[in-house]
Ligand binder design. Structure first.
Ligand code: UDP
Length: 327
């Protein structure tokens, strides 16, 4: 039986990956320090004999007994609000965390995949973004802790590949959505749906002309699995090229939810990228992959998930004290 370690297992993407690898017949070892992850996302897997969970911070030395075939490093705060609150942990999980994963991979002769991001392109001056574009990142801005951690992570991964011969895969993930996103993590989709459900106005930042391209989580997971099983060590964009402005997106959520509320405008956060759309030519040619779920279908499933949450979850403002994590 093949064994896979997934860091960030209790998070949005990590938990969907755990589900997929269990379904595909793997022995899955999930790891998470639960700063931003939630055990609710993987609770259903605990009864499974081929699922184990380690409550551990991957930025500290990792020990996993037995063989390992794959390591997927998906642990990281991933919303702009999270990395503003826990900037040091964000830097550590992208640097120390991947160093530990790569060290473990060397010993176990495992293949490593890292979750990189469209944030490596920063506020892009090339549109759409191809893997060949090097990006336009402000290292000392609020997003720098995330963007530079992810860029360092790519460099470290490539160095272990060329210097130590570790098998590595780099997926550059564009905006992804679906069930198990945190309702209050500040990202645009849960923010808008949460506002609609609570009967609040929808907050569009800036003039709403900035664009994003949203990929449904099942499509992303399929792309990830295909890339992992390929023999390609260079970065690959996985995302949905269907681009939309944030204003149009707010209108779509208003229609979907039937809310009577309106859009209100708030200041644009510093260094907020003006446009983002993946060029997925490489994924199409190399992996035969492209997204299958359109936004209307994906949003409906996601809305149904958020509607199924309890009123407590809906009204919960995250009061978690992150002080101890910024060391
Ligand atoms: N955004 C918004 N209202 C919100 C939250 C986000 O208009 O309540 C905007 C944000 O400024 C950005 C886009 O939506 O332009 C996507 O933001 P998100 O935080 O989801 O992810 P990003 O792609 O910026 O990392």
């Amino acid at each position: 039986m093949q064994r896979v370690l997934i860091t960030g297992a209790a998070g949005f993407l990590g938990s969907h990956l755990c589900d997929r690898f269990i379904k595909d017949g793997f022995h899955v070892i999930g790891m998470d320090n639960l700063i931003t992850g939630d055990l609710k996302n993987i609770e259903h897997l605990f009864k499974h004999e081929h699922f184990e969970f380690y409550h551990h911070d991957v930025s500290k030395f990792i020990h996993v007994p037995g063989k390992l075939d794959y390591i997927l490093h998906f642990a990281s705060p991933a919303s702009p609000i999270d990395y503003l609150k826990i900037p040091i942990q964000t830097l550590k999980v992208g640097s120390l965390g991947i160093h530990n994963c790569l060290g473990l991979a060397r010993v176990k002769k495992a293949r490593v995949m890292i979750a990189s991001t469209s944030e490596v392109y920063g506020d892009p001056t090339v549109h759409p973004q191809t893997e060949a574009y090097w990006g336009n990142v402000n290292p000392v801005g609020p997003r720098g802790v995330y963007d530079e951690a992810k860029r360092f992570q790519e460099a470290m991964t490539m160095a272990y590949h060329t210097f130590h011969g570790v098998e590595t895969r780099i997926v550059r993930i564009f905006n992804t959505y679906g069930p198990r996103m945190r309702l209050n993590d500040g990202r645009v989709l849960p923010a808008f749906i949460g506002q609609a459900l609570r009967g609040e106005d929808l907050t569009v930042f800036g003039d709403g002309s900035q664009t994003r391209s949203f990929c449904y989580v099942d499509d992303l997971v399929e792309g990830i699995v295909r890339l992992l099983m390929s023999d390609y060590a260079q970065p690959v964009n996985i995302g949905n090229p269907d681009e939309i402005t944030i204003s149009e997106f707010a209108e779509e959520i208003i229609k979907l939810t039937g809310t009577q509320q309106k859009v209100i405008y708030k200041p644009l956060p510093t260094d907020d990228p003006k446009q983002r759309r993946p060029d997925i030519t490489v994924a199409r040619q190399l992996l035969g992959w492209e997204p299958k779920v359109n936004r209307a279908e994906g949003l409906k499933i996601t809305y149904d998930y958020f509607k199924s949450l309890s009123p407590d979850d809906l009204n919960k403002i995250e009061h978690k004290d992150f002080t101890n994590y910024n060391r």
